[in-house]
Write a protein that binds this ligand. Sequence first.
Ligand code: 26Q
Length: 806
Amino acid sequence: MIESLKAEILRKLTYSLGKSPAVAQPHDWLTAGILAARDHVIDVWQRSTRDSYATGRKRVYYLSLEFLIGRSLADTLNNLGIAGPMAQAMRELGVELPEIETIEPDAALGNGGLGRLAACYLEAMASTGVPALGYGIRYDHGLFKQRIDGGKQVEVPEDWLSFRNPWEFERREVSHKIGFGGSVVATQKPGEVFWEPEETVFAVAYDTPIIGWRGCDANTLRLWRARAMHPLSLDAFNQGDLVGAVAERNRAEAISKVLYPNDSTPAGQELRLRQEYFFTSASLQDLVRRHQRQFGTLDNLPEKAAIQLNDTHPALAVAELMRLLIDHHGLPWEDAWRITNGTISYTNHTLLPEALETWPVALMERLLPRHMQIIFAINARFLDDVRRSTEGQDIDLSQISLIDEHHGRRVRMANLAFVGSHKVNGVSALHSKLMEQTVFAPLHAVLPGRITNVTNGITPRRWLFGANPGLTRLLQDVCGDDLTDDITQIRRLARHTGDSGLHERLAAIRRENKLKLAKIIRQDTGVTVDPTALFDVQIKRIHEYKRQLLNILETIALYDAMRSEPYRDWAPRVKIFAGKAASNYATAKSIINLINDVAFVVNNDITTRDRLKVVFLPNYNVSAAELIIPAADVSEQISTAGMEASGTGNMKFALNGAVTIGTLDGANIEIGERVGEDNIVIFGMTAEEVEAARREPRPSDEVIAATPHLQGVLDAVAGGVYSPRERDRYLGLVDSLKANDWFMVLNDFESYHQAQRRIDSLWADQGKWWRMSVTNTAHCGWFSADRAIREYAERIWHVPARDAKG
Ligand code: 26Q
């Protein structure tokens, strides 16, 4: 094995890269290693694809504008089961595999949770034998890189393709025409119309194989790149108009140029709508064509294809599939609707009203005139049906309409996706319940049974076996080698909860992970941290509802307390933050600035030197998460209750044995149910209490007066203690908290502070601490993406999935 791997690597180096070992740079070795690994994947991939064709099995199409993959080499080698031999082969060639693995750029084609979920699910579908294609956009530039300059976020363009992407295959022959604008014209046949777009761009396919666990199956991630029909206008060029000569090309290629770095409030820009339609149309044309070729009819599409919409970003799929079926394949409306509804389902990831996508009718009419007609027609039939079936009842049709008439006529993408789908799912039990009770209550009333829940999951291959090999070896030792094939076996660990020998081994593994992280912290921030201190971690996108502000304000209170009672035996802590703010989200950026300013003051104070450190790690991404999570003692999951749909970081931490401090929100609740209330630290208002407090807000003076320490903390921040060179830097931030505590930062402060003191005393008893840690790991196997995928497969897609170990 090792000899043949060596030969394969050398062949790639020589014949694919044209380099000899003597002059090869680390990056050449990386590429050669990837190409060698890729060959192994391709054998599986072609077999999987052939099989799924030959058997005519139902396939899943996962439509997502985001796939936050991260690096692929280590994950691929692990899944193929050749990580050890490959490392040995490289070593014998004079190359350290772990070192070159870290120079692989992250594929950061996503913002956060939603994009990472898509990546986990692709891998889990390959691991559970569900034939699937992920469809998305091949952005030239993924999520921006974050630098911290003078405490502030600076965005730097990301350029993951600059050394090419050795994982992908360009498929020039797989390309579809995507139209925009123009008009809808009548054809010869009465009643029949056709869309004549004014502008057409090509969508060209780029395929990446996604290998499953043990290399049993591989699925495809197919990403679309936009190309112009006419890359150069020679007329314009000959007249000296150099800009005009490439104008069409630039306009077309802008579509796949860059990922929108927004993860809540929709951008609302025309380019974003063009991105949404571009990849939705390309994907649907692609799958409809494949189906037609394979089966010769589209009647059985729902039996052979399941289309999952990752949020509303591909919601135009409802109108596009109707258009293809009716205008291109001549189906009657009723048949087209049965097929569309039977094939499509939709996952919702947010309840925040301002985060729900809507598009102005006028824009949609200009860009996609035929789709707008179809949406109006779907709406008219839907409202008619409801009117008829609810006669006599008092139903407010304006609420369920696909068109919002209150804000200048807009298309409600969530309503379009809901009505066009046979199933609509939330991503945690609480979230799905709130969907029924709040945003989707009117639709739920007329379409009961459509909403269902599939609590999110994470792939244990990347987030446990890959990220935490030390813990994995121990777990295999205790739970048996079949753990890696069947993560539910992890619960065998629970028999050893009180085993002090086990605790010691766990503590040693954690310490190693913390040392590795400490080294990076020092490299990236210059701060030295003590690996025996409690590592308290909050890593995620920066958002008011995620409440990094609550965390940093409480950190200030702790800092104050340490200084006023220097002789107490404070447990040393390292407060670790990381995360990006959307470039146009001023408050989030201000919170990053505050964390860095507080870090500067705290880390330079010799009186708290051995007890408290505050760290903001720049450029949080998937690879950073893989390093940080295994080193965490405490996992901060402190969103305002009712606002975090699920969270998936929470699952990764708990599986790796961190103790959660969190609110009763999203999947935290389900983690608590599994690990038991003694093994999670819950604080704060419930979702219902938040709702009530918003209806009748308490005056903030009253809240502050009733909360020890809070006044002092707010005064210090507002008065410039942490920003001495710009004293009013945080005046606005503090004032707006006081004016309207929408996210319950002030209201939950005391409860959070008390919860942190509970953490202190739990940490003081290390025996107890490790019992909690073991219990978390033992009971979080359920949060595996394999479990989630099996639920989708059984209840939504109606496709068979392989059992664990099957
Ligand atoms: C929409 C329109 C225009 C531009 C951008 C967007 C946009 C992009 C990304 C809106 C939202 C997102 C991402 C949302 C997201 O990541 N939601 C998270 O999804 C996770 C997976 O289900 C959950 O665990 C998190 O709770 C949820 O916040």
